[in-house]
Design a protein around this ligand. Structure first.
Ligand code: GLV
Ligand code: MN
Ligand code: MN
Length: 443
């Protein structure tokens, strides 16, 4: 125990602020809206060229080192693995996603991946070997903004049957997810072959000892309370709907009011009624967002024949979401329809793992509190698969999904030290050298 205590502290102490910052700034160049300025916004949606290049660049930092291997699975999730001494023991996993919103910030998802890699750098610098392998994963399509729903990679990992259902989800240009996924897999494997990286096979649903994800909070709580780390105990439920309101196109100037079937007018009235319902609940915890609005034919002087808009609703209590869903259904005008794009119930994380997160914060003298996550994360599906928890770093002014998203490097590094402490604990220190038995080259 003495040795493990010592290893956890040494690895946490070897986390390097400048190295972490350099990795994050390098990553922010992929899809940078203003090259050279990490805080100018990042446009790096799932499986686009920039996102695929970013993943290869991140993998390359460790892939060529002894004791490391890389892999990509059927859902195009990319793994960087630091081998343990016991090749048969299920690994400990960390990581997050590197896809962004159409115009996102530089830390959402990126931080969790960069932090996982920083723990590798710290383990190497501290000369610590672990019994279990540790893997940093880059999940595919967490955001759900290019292909809906979000969390496709992590959902496919825990439930491989879901992957078939995602294949035909299309982006706005009509590209199917299955095609984008196959291209990403092929070019990652080709890059690995060309670079001579160690490779390991990564079937979906491989058993995991534990999953712990670091992420920025994306909300205002930690900063407002002056705290360094959030120990996340649960993620609130989220439901996404697509509402389609039909009408009939006609000339804007000649069609009298009595003859109009105006999809815009009906959709706007519906949206107002829904938002009014949300306001009337007077419930600070209820989140209701109409984020996408598409109108056809999208012309100034033609009455719209169709409007499609999305509704994102969140709350920790499923009954509140049930009531909101029922109200939306009841408000639909004749002919309008609604489809559910995703429905993720509230999940509670593993008590043992959140206790470990608190223990890490205490050992490292980091100010912290337990908290609920307002955003969903890849840890959500993982929670039903293996012991799972999350660590949050504060977000300045709570801003996220926006170019101004930011966190001080000291706070990012502090949360990474807590992550390093937990991962070292979970993987178990050992004096034995890493085993290479699980490395294969069956590409
Ligand atoms: C993830 O980006 C979310 O919308 O919670
Ligand atoms: Mn995220
Ligand atoms: Mn996000």
């Amino acid at each position: 125990m003495q040795a493990l205590d010592n290893a956890r502290d040494r690895v946490a102490g070897a986390v390097d602020d400048a190295r972490l910052q350099a990795r994050l700034e390098g990553l922010a160049q992929f899809g940078a809206v203003q090259p050279g300025q990490p805080r100018g916004g990042v446009a790096r949606q799932a499986l686009t060229e920039q996102e695929r290049l970013a993943r290869r660049w991140l993998a390359a930092e460790f892939a060529g080192r002894p004791g490391y291997a890389v892999g990509i699975d059927a859902a195009a999730n990319v793994y960087v693995r630091r081998q343990g001494s016991d090749a048969g023991a299920p690994p400990v996993m960390t990581g997050s996603h590197v896809d962004t919103q159409p115009l996102g910030g530089w830390l959402d998802g990126a931080y969790g991946v960069a932090a996982g890699l920083e723990v590798f750098a710290a383990l190497d610098a501290a000369g610590v070997h672990t019994r279990r392998a540790i893997e940093t994963v880059m999940w595919t399509n967490e955001e759900g903004s290019r292909f809906a729903p979000g969390l496709m990679g992590s959902l496919s990992y825990v439930c491989p049957d879901r992957l078939a259902e995602f294949q035909d989800a299309r982006d706005a240009q009509g590209v199917p997810f299955g095609q984008a996924c196959a291209e990403a897999r092929a070019d990652f494997a080709a890059a690995a072959r060309e670079a001579g990286w160690q490779w390991f096979d990564t079937p979906l649903a491989r058993p995991l000892h534990a999953y712990i994800e670091a992420h920025i909070e994306q909300g205002p709580i930690l900063e407002a309370r002056g705290l360094q780390v959030g120990c996340v105990t649960a993620i609130q439920g989220v439901r996404w709907f697509r509402v389609t309101v039909p009408g009939r196109s006609a000339h804007a100037g000649t069609t009298p009011a009595s003859a109009r079937d105006d999809a815009q007018a009906k959709a706007i009235a519906l949206a107002h009624a829904l938002l009014e319902y949300g306001r009337a609940q007077d419930d600070e915890a209820l989140r209701l967002t109409i984020g996408r609005w598409q109108c056809r034919p999208d012309s100034i002087n033609t009455i719209a024949d169709q409007v499609v808009f999305t509704v994102d609703t969140r709350h920790p209590d499923a009954r509140v979401l049930d009531a909101l869903q029922a109200r939306l259904q009841a408000l639909l005008p004749p002919g309008a329809t609604m489809d559910t794009l995703q429905n993720k119930p509230t999940v509670t994380f593993d008590g043992g793992l959140t206790a470990l997160a608190r223990q890490a914060c205490r050992a490292l003298r980091l100010t912290h509190q337990d908290m609920l996550s307002g955003a969903f994360h890849d840890a959500m599906p993982l929670a039903g698969f293996c012991p799972t928890a999350m660590l949050f770093a504060p977000s300045i002014a709570g801003i996220s999904h926006h170019p101004e998203e930011h966190t001080a490097i000291e706070d990012l590094a502090a949360c990474t030290r807590a992550l390093a402490w937990c991962l070292t604990d979970l993987a178990g220190q050992t004096d034995a050298p890493p085993a290479n038995a699980s490395f294969t080259s069956t590409r």
